[in-house]
Design a protein around this ligand. Structure first.
Ligand code: ARG
Ligand code: ZN
Length: 852
């Protein structure tokens, strides 16, 4: 059944106070709930009371102490208005649930003997009967009883004894922010004193043995707390902040009030078990969940259509934070790479949807790159348009005006309108219309004695997406700078506001025809559709003062070179290779930036690029051409590679900070080049000498990519056999780097191992996610990749529909490929749809992919 934004109605009752009592047992947990309702003045009249509830065994229901009849369905219970008084009334229910039988990892479930919860978006209804919607905000008092040493819930601890603990959360919240954890856990403890002097106890709770992997997460937490005070003026608001690491988790982490629950992969990190990328991800996710305390918890969403209200803003905030902690340029490049790889891809296929969709079947299917990452881009554009100062004022107004409320995108835009006097009606299309705009650029130059005029004409196209054939022009901030032919900047970054389908902007008084640097810092999430002579790209690669566009110039060149190698079988141009060498050995540049510039466009990215320029991508040819280009770059860099490799070694104790991480990344790039040219000796030596996971895993990957590394793979396994997180890497890397014709076989071999556990989402993703990420292997002409994925999705769906549905998006790119592949993918989607008892999650996804 489809839910529509247009159907929103306030809940007929207010719920000031909730009391919950849990008596935990793996197969039988008792939940007693006492809900204090009163009529909601926003919905006058007499109303039945409907409460969500799924998979609950109802034991009793009482209104004001008297048993009451309730109409039971498989989605909840209804109590007739006749059984309710018009005034405040109390509903008490008792239900039984089975956490041990919960493999969907939604609601209350067990992971390695510990109890934990995941309630966003609609999991609380699997715990007790409740109005499970984000606009119902209540204060929770929770009692947990279990024979376990650690019993946690939201808010502040208010009492405990042997086998029980009570928690009280003074801040009203929707049910999706409820959390409970119980288990045999140990804490890595610390504290933080807020700006106004509140001392907050901080704990990261883990299973015994993992204590030594918490230090980095704790540092990141403290850094996030002080950053939010400094930059957004937001303080923490409870006496305690708990984080728990859980091995079985569908997503990265969850911002439950005062009790964040994390996938252990997203919080645990030590130099010997986590790579630099893992450290950076942990820092970003800790920050993200912490920042939700204000953007998500204190101000929440009125309904799930408004999901981007909290997610877009919180991603935007965590991106700003990571930029401040590390390098803004490198962070921006990484974010744009991810945006193009996931969000542009989504926007260009059958799953395209608006940042704020207006209908859904299963809301879990809308925790997407569009809602999160494009949602963050939209906020970045808003800020560019209004300026930093107005942005800060608008945010202050947002926090004061909506604190304690469940808000909408209209509320969000209104604070900007009220602080700037701008009309954001047209800008709002970014929230309501799907699709990636394409920007065409036309240039004109008219010389004159007293200074010539350069005119930029920008034209936008807004392609049709499923259900949205026609779109209006967007407000697009286009940041532009002009360089003169010597490479000096003659016009510094200026934000042009494109609001019409076509618009011209003139720059006067220029001595010579300038070279334009357009869409600096990726000022809008659009595709720049522009033919640029290779010489001009090379010029920008060498001279652009905007680091993002400098990288972008190299990136576009690489794509053009690679596209020609794929479609015409040409050799890479010397100018491109020279440009790569100039960047690689430029000691004035940040090593992290150099490493990023040397990373070639991925195969999936090339498939998208070719498709957009009217070619049908051939995955096998793309794979071969990319390898050839990597080899050609290595040959061009060859004389400098040994020196670069030596210069980028980082001696001494491991530090996860960006400076050292950047050197390690560049050193690995040098080692990869050396391995392509000379075989595995250098990488093998580096593997043997590795003193941290970045080096050992990085060199292992380099060897496997070159078809070597069997011995190292075995050594790695022997060392890490019992470590789930490290073994996930071991599983994944073999599939990711498997040759196309061997990929399906590799997956078969790994899934047959006893330590492949499909119920653990990390392990499932390590193998099947890596399959979908191996472009040439997944799209192998035999169809073996498609079949394999469909088999596993059908097998996983009854156990964990959420993860199955998410992984099915691997099929969303089918329209790009040739008729054979299209036919095979569509047949697999049809086979999935026909599976008996298919979940709402997976059937919505397969249906949308098959029928738009
Ligand atoms: N709100 C969480 C975050 O962004 C994501 C949880 C989503 N979970 C889900 N099952 N849809 O950090
Ligand atoms: Zn979030």
């Amino acid at each position: 059944r489809t839910v529509y934004l247009a159907d929103y109605q306030p809940f007929p009752f207010l719920l000031p106070q909730v009391r919950l009592e849990f008596t935990l047992g793996p197969k039988a947990t008792r939940v007693r709930a006492r809900l204090e309702f009163m009529p909601n003045p926003a919905r006058p009249g007499r109303h039945d009371l409907f409460l969500h509830g799924e998979n609950l065994r109802l034991i009793s229901a009482k209104v004001n102490g008297t048993s009451v009849h309730s109409e039971l369905s498989d989605i909840g219970i209804t109590i007739s208005a006749n059984d309710l008084s018009g005034d405040p009334f109390t509903l008490e229910t008792e239900v039984e649930i089975s956490p041990a039988a919960n493999t969907a990892l939604e609601g209350l479930y067990m992971s390695n003997g510990m109890y934990c919860t995941q309630c966003e978006a609609e999991g609380f209804r699997k715990i007790t009967y409740y109005p499970d919607r984000p606009d119902v905000m209540a204060r929770f008092h929770v009692r947990v009883a279990a024979d376990l040493p650690v019993l946690l819930s939201n808010g502040n601890p208010v009492g405990s004894g042997p086998g029980w603990a009570e928690w009280d959360d003074p801040w009203p919240k929707p049910a999706y922010l409820f959390a409970l954890v119980a288990g045999d856990l140990v804490a890595h403890a610390d504290s933080f004193t807020t700006l106004s002097g509140r001392k907050v106890d901080l704990n990261i709770w883990v299973r015994p043995g993992d204590e030594n992997r918490c230090a980095w997460g704790m540092e990141a937490l403290k850094a996030s707390m002080s950053w939010d005070e400094r930059v957004y003026g937001r303080e923490y608001d409870l006496d305690i902040f708990n984080i728990v690491a859980v091995d079985d988790f569908n997503m990265g982490a969850m911002e439950n009030k005062g009790l964040n629950i994390f996938n252990s992969k997203a919080v645990l990190a030590s130099p010997d078990t986590a790579t630099d990328d893992d450290f950076a991800r942990v820092e970003a996710i800790i920050a993200h969940e912490y920042f939700h305390n204000w953007t998500g918890n204190r101000i929440t969403c009125r309904d799930w259509f408004q999901l981007c209200l909290k997610e877009g803003l919180t991603v935007y905030r965590d991106q700003q934070f990571s930029g401040d902690m590390r390098s803004h340029a490198v962070k921006r490049i990484e974010d744009v790479l991810a945006l193009r790889a996931r969000q542009f891809r989504e926007d260009q296929g059958p799953l395209a949807h608006a940042v704020r969709p207006d209908s859904f079947v299963e809301i879990n299917n809308f925790y997407t790159a569009t809602v999160y990452e494009k949602g963050a881009e939209v906020i970045g554009m808003l800020r560019r348009l209004v300026g930093d100062e107005a942005y800060a004022q608008a945010l202050d107004l947002y926090f004061t005006r909506h604190d304690g409320h469940a808000a909408t995108i209209e509320d969000w835009l209104k604070v900007f309108e009220d602080t700037t006097d701008r009309d954001l009606t047209q800008f709002k299309r970014w929230y309501t219309e799907a699709g990636t705009p394409r920007l065409k650029v036309y240039e004109a130059w008219s010389p004159a004695a007293q200074g010539g005029t350069y005119t930029l004409t920008l034209a936008q196209e807004n392609p049709a997406t499923p259900g949205q054939p026609e779109k209006g022009a967007k407000v697009i901030p286009v940041a532009v700078g002009l360089l003169n032919p010597n490479g000096d900047e003659v016009v510094p970054t200026t934000v042009l506001e494109l609001i019409k389908p076509v618009q011209s902007f003139a720059f006067e008084g220029l001595a010579a025809r300038p070279i334009a640097s357009i869409l600096r810092d990726f000022s809008a999430p659009v595709v720049l559709d522009r033919e640029v002579p290779a010489a001009e790209r090379a010029f920008l690669l060498a001279h652009d003062t905007d680091p993002f566009n400098r990288w972008e110039a190299g990136r576009s060149l690489a794509k053009e070179v690679l596209a020609r190698m794929i479609t015409q079988g040409t050799k890479p141009q010397a100018a491109f290779l020279d440009g790569m060498a100039a960047i690689a050995f430029d000691e004035g540049l940040d090593p992290a930036f150099r490493a990023l510039a040397l990373r070639l466009p991925g195969e999936d990215d090339m498939a998208a690029t070719l498709h957009q320029s009217g070619h049908t991508p051939d995955p096998a040819r793309i794979h071969i051409a990319r390898k050839a280009l990597a080899r050609a770059v290595a040959e061009r860099l060859a004389p400098g590679l040994p020196g670069l490799e030596a210069a980028m070694r980082v001696p001494g104790a491991f530090s996860p900070q960006a400076a050292d991480a950047g050197k390690r990344a560049l050193r690995l790039a040098a080692l990869a080049g050396l391995t392509r040219l000379n075989g595995g000796a250098a990488a093998q030596a580096a593997f043997a000498d590795a003193t941290n996971m970045t080096e050992s895993f990085g060199t292992l990957a380099i060897l496997l990519e070159a078809g070597l590394g069997e011995r190292e793979l075995a050594a790695f396994e022997a060392k890490w056999r019992t470590d789930r997180l490290v073994m996930d890497k071991w599983f994944a890397v073999q599939v990711s780097l498997s040759a196309p014709e061997e990929t399906a076989q590799t997956v078969g071999r790994l899934t047959a191992r006893p330590d492949f556990d499909m119920k653990n989402p990390n392990r499932f993703r390590a193998v099947l996610g890596a399959l979908t990420g191996n472009h040439a292997g997944f799209h192998h002409a035999s169809g073996s990749g498609y079949r394999l994925l469909a088999d596993w999705l059908i097998r996983l769906d009854p156990l964990n529909p959420q993860t199955a549905a998410r992984m099915s998006t691997a099929f969303e790119t089918w329209p790009r490929y040739d008729a054979d592949r299209q036919g095979m993918i569509r047949a697999e989607l049809a086979r999935i749809l026909a599976a008996p008892g298919l979940s709402r999650d997976l059937s919505e996804m397969a249906g949308r992919m098959l029928h738009g």
